[in-house]
Design a protein around this ligand. Sequence first.
Ligand SMILES: *Cc1c(COP(=O)(O)O)cnc(C)c1O
Length: 231
Amino acid sequence: MTIAAPPPDAAAAQRLAAVRARIDAAAREAGRDPAAVTLVAISKQQPDERIAAVLAAGQRVFGENRVQEAEAHWAARRDTIPALRLHMVGPLQTNKAREAVALFDAIHSVDRPRLAEALAKEMARSGRRPACFIEINTGEEPQKAGVLPADADAFIERCRGEFGLMLAGLMCLPPRDAVPAPHFALLATIARRHGLAGLSMGMSADYAAAVTLGATHVRVGTAIFGDRAPR
Ligand SMILES: *Cc1c(COP(=O)(O)O)cnc(C)c1O
């Protein structure tokens, strides 16, 4: 009997298994149900064969940060893989609301009234209702998207009241060099105040810490796929 050489993309499957195991361990250690944490595999800027490998390894929830790239990666696959779920995690232009609502099952980057309104209108028109997360700029970084913590309460209330948007939760992206835990804790505090169950937080470098602090969605790219190609 000959032993087949592993396919060249076996590394992606192994990394996916390792990430899942770490999520499970972090959840159990925190007394949480690992099934309450959704792993969103961020496939932006990844070659097609790696995406295929991660799909073959059983992953079904993927995230992208650009509408056009998401369509290139997923439009055809969506028709043949019914369990596939796509999450938009990047900045969204208001004029892309229609495409975003059509393609994605969740949008993590709702961060301004015009966008919230455009999404709500498009959901009413199309009947599709992707889960919406409001992005909070927990580090108050001027160049970064997201609602400032001081404006979060008013914006959340406006989304629910004025725009009639069904909110799933909150999302944050801590400053690159910051210790992430205080940002995760702040996000959880704001969410609790509004009875929001969803917490989209944690990336390759810090997803275990995010799970400890209550993340329901971790967005992990390079730890699963390997380094991204430059744009
Ligand atoms: C790219 C990206 C991620 C994944 O980052 P990694 O460090 O590769 O895990 C998560 N969230 C957002 C919003 C991203 O743009």
